[in-house]
Design a protein around this ligand. Structure first.
Ligand SMILES: Cc1cc2nc3c(=O)[nH]c(=O)nc-3n(C[C@H](O)[C@H](O)[C@H](O)COP(=O)(O)OP(=O)(O)OC[C@H]3O[C@@H](n4cnc5c(N)ncnc54)[C@H](O)[C@@H]3O)c2cc1C
Length: 375
């Protein structure tokens, strides 16, 4: 039972957004920038954003050489190029709006370890560089001279550098998005689990834990930014959950002789140096079926695979103790294009960001806002 005051001040909004990840908060900010008088509410089921956005590895990446070549199997060449361009544009936008310091952004480059099974991809560097030249105005990929200086095992036959990639601090990124929402007087309610969207009446119903009842918010427009969890709210969106895991070591005794955003095993494994700790994650390709889940948890098979890589390939001979581990859930589809569309007149969805939402998230939100405003 709502009070007169609650009904008047808390229930009706111009835009209600579900999900406070990168896409939800970026949608809120961009909509409010274009419509300063609009009332915007973000509903988040976690105590703080609790999807992939705060559980990732912080790679501001566009796709490694082998990933981009692989993408050509599922998308036409022009669309692969457009996808890289959107990631690049998204990253440029957040860097210019929020600044590198607020994002904890470092441009140390992206580096891909090439083992013998990937050596054939090196033959296509020139083709990919030519394809992407109009986007970057420069060659993107080059084979590093003397990669032995990094101390990887002899399994690594080459290292390919992409000077345009970087790394950021995912906590700082979400914080700066959150703080910007506050500046714009965007309301964010956490612990607000959306149970149902009524597309016809444009209401969004949330479970109210304090009264063991339900509250229905009324909206002129609704944006669904729930990524992997979208099927719980909307039918017919082509996506599948894909869980990923990340581990961070204690500071190492010896100085790690490299920095940057490293990719391995066709992009399924990623690692970086954070204050002389190793962050490593991925390995989903070792057990795809088990990882198609919305449940959090560490798959021992993946953990063993990643630890073996650490000891045998990445830091051979070094003592590495894992201090922290966690999981997060991504959303995947038949190709790497996000799903950005209106599902009814004033209800839009921007989801399925795969394993590269950091760079493309802002751009994805921008497209959703344009669609909602056209209505
Ligand atoms: C382990 C891991 C490592 C990754 N590493 C990288 C990386 O290095 N670089 C990169 O670019 N990308 C990476 N990604 C992918 C990236 O994190 C995602 O693509 C991106 O965060 C997606 O953002 P989003 O806002 O669409 O989704 P999310 O961050 O998942 O946000 C969805 C939000 O919706 C909320 N929600 C869901 N259902 C409801 C509901 N019913 N009611 C209310 N709220 C709801 C969730 O709690 C969540 O906060 C990684 C992901 C994982 C899991």
């Amino acid at each position: 039972m709502l009070s007169f005051w609650e009904k008047r001040s808390f229930i009706k909004y111009d835009l209600v957004i579900i999900g406070a990840g990168i896409v939800g908060l970026s949608t809120a900010i961009q909509f409010k920038k274009d419509n300063p008088q609009a009332s915007v509410l973000v509903l988040e089921k976690g105590v703080f954003p609790s999807g992939a956005s705060t559980r990732n590895a912080g790679f501001a990446c566009f796709g490694s050489l082998t990933e981009i070549i692989d993408d050509l199997k599922s998308l036409p060449v022009q669309e692969v190029k457009e996808l890289v361009e959107k990631r690049h544009r998204g990253l440029r936008a957040i860097r210019s709006i929020f600044g590198d310091q607020a994002l904890g952004y470092q441009e140390n480059g992206g580096l891909e370890l090439i083992s013998s099974k990937e050596e054939k991809y090196l033959e296509r560097i020139e083709y990919i560089n030519t394809l992407l030249f109009p986007v970057f105005d420069d060659d993107v990929f080059e084979v590093e001279n003397q990669h032995e200086k990094y101390g990887f095992s002899a399994k690594v036959k080459a290292v390919v550098r992409n000077k345009f990639e970087g790394e950021l601090d995912s906590g700082k990124f979400l914080n700066v998005l959150w703080e910007t929402c506050q500046v714009f007087k965007i309301k964010i309610l956490t612990g607000a689990y959306v149970k149902e969207i009524d597309q016809e009446n444009k209401t969004v119903t949330v479970k109210d834990p304090s009264h063991d009842s339900f509250i229905s918010f009324e909206a002129l427009k609704i944006a669904v930014c729930t990524n992997a969890f979208t099927s719980q709210l909307l039918k017919g969106i082509d996506l599948q959950p894909g869980r990923g895991m990340v581990m961070v070591s204690s500071p190492l005794v010896k100085t790690i002789p490299w920095k940057g955003a490293f990719h391995y095993d066709m992009g399924y494994v990623y690692f970086r140096n954070i204050e002389n700790r190793l962050l490593i994650g991925g390995g989903r390709n070792q057990d795809f079926d088990t990882e198609k889940t919305l449940d959090q948890g560490i798959n021992p098979k993946l953990k063993t695979y990643l630890l073996d890589l650490v000891h045998e390939v990445i830091l051979p001979g070094q003592k590495v103790e894992i201090e922290q581990e966690w999981s997060g859930v991504m959303a995947f589809g038949p190709n790497k294009k996000p799903v950005i569309k209106l599902v009814s007149e004033d209800v839009g969805v921007a989801v399925r960001l795969g394993g590269m939402g950091v760079a493309i998230g802002w751009q994805t939100a921008s497209e959703l806002v344009k669609m909602l405003q056209r209505q």
